[in-house]
Design a protein around this ligand. Structure first.
Ligand code: GDP
Ligand code: MG
Length: 342
């Protein structure tokens, strides 16, 4: 194991990072080579490049591509306080014991209210700092709606190329982020805890639809059995579970805060079952293709938006506007003309 500089594996994504560090040319192939050897500093640098939308982004993406597609991606979602970070830490420990190289992306909303939680995450994650088989990164969401940063798919590729067998993505279950995490992850773990009214919230938020494995965490507390029953009841109401050959999400119970006898091995066993099902059913490939399609779509839309932005104030747009004002054409036809010119 090579030495990991403290504070590199546990990285913040402060905008002050590499992007602003000057015009120093980036030797992307060398960086990717070192990241593939597992050098934490290079992994961190590559993630900074994608997060800062560095001019080297395209080169990074193309250099990473041949080395990706191996990592298993596990998403963890659920209400704040349900135990996602604690469970992530316990999963990392178990996966490390099994000799796996692990990456963690903690995606937090950029809301100022999350400051404490973010710090807490980092402090607890430092259990693993100094272990070069673990890369941990907090991603800023930069005000992106739904919480998952647009840079997350690329950060995932960096960790994949760096040889991570498993990448865990922790995100707060608010609004759209469950849907986003489900499109990023091979297997989505939905966490609930007794007495948080999560069962009902889950139904409302559509969490049932994204869960591949349910985890009733804090099973040491009263009400854990009731939470399991609530989830079973909701499953009994049908939905996608009733499809033949479909996957019925199992319900695990954990006490993530315990070091032993915490139920984490059972979670990993269910994740392995789900992985086998993904392979045998073809759903795994379908999910990955869907993930890639959404990524291409997002990049293409951003590119189109930039080009439409370029047109603002342009002579071409001005001329079309004059024709609309003069009643020679209508705004729809003018817009078609504009788009055709892009
Ligand atoms: N009693 C109990 N407390 C837990 C368990 N798992 C996590 N916690 C505690 O619940 C709080 C929130 O956990 P955290 O992992 O930060 O939740 P997150 O907001 O979902 O990431 C912390 O104080 C944890 O120590 C558990 O299984 N049992
Ligand atoms: Mg957390």
């Amino acid at each position: 194991m090579t030495e990991v500089p403290a504070g590199t594996a546990v990285q913040t994504s402060a905008p002050a990072a590499s992007g602003r560090r000057g015009r120093r040319a980036v030797d992307v192939p060398a960086l990717v080579e070192r990241a593939r050897e597992g050098e934490a500093r290079s992994v961190a640098r590559l993630i900074s490049l994608v997060e800062d939308a560095s001019p080297a982004l395209r080169e990074v993406a193309s250099a990473l591509a041949p080395h990706t597609g191996r990592a298993q991606v596990l998403g963890l979602t659920g209400s704040p306080g349900v135990g996602k970070s604690t469970t992530t830490t316990a999963l990392v420990r178990a996966l490390r014991q099994a000799g796996k190289r692990v990456g963690v992306l903690a995606v937090d909303p950029s809301s100022p209210f999350s400051g404490g939680a973010l710090l807490g995450d980092r402090v607890r994650m430092q259990d693993h700092a100094g272990d070069d088989g673990v890369f941990i990164r907090s991603m800023a969401s930069r005000g992106h709606l739904g919480g998952l940063s647009w840079a997350t798919p690329q950060a995932l590729r960096v960790l994949d190329a760096a040889g991570c067998d498993v990448v865990l993505i922790e995100t707060v279950g608010v609004g759209q982020s469950e849907l986003e995490i489900a499109s990023l992850a091979d297997t989505t773990l939905v966490l609930v805890a007794p007495g948080m009214g999560d069962g009902i919230q889950a139904a409302k938020a559509g969490i049932l639809e994204v869960a591949d494995v349910f985890v009733v965490n804090k099973a040491d507390r009263d009400g854990a059995q009731q939470a399991v029953r609530d989830l079973r009841y909701m499953q009994s109401l049908g939905g996608r579970y009733s499809e033949p050959g479909g996957w019925r999400p199992p319900i695990c119970r954990t006490v993530a805060s315990r070091d032993t006898d915490n139920g984490i091995d059972d979670v990993l066993a269910k994740v392995a079952d789900h992985r086998s099902w993904l392979e045998s059913s073809g759903e795994g490939h379908r999910r990955r293709a869907e993930r890639a399609a959404r990524e291409i779509e997002a990049i293409a839309l951003a590119a189109l938006r930039a080009r439409i932005g370029d047109l603002r104030g342009s002579a071409a747009l001005g001329a079309l506007a004059e024709r609309v004002v003069a009643g020679e054409t209508d705004p729809y036809a003018a817009a078609d003309e504009l788009v055709a010119r892009l």
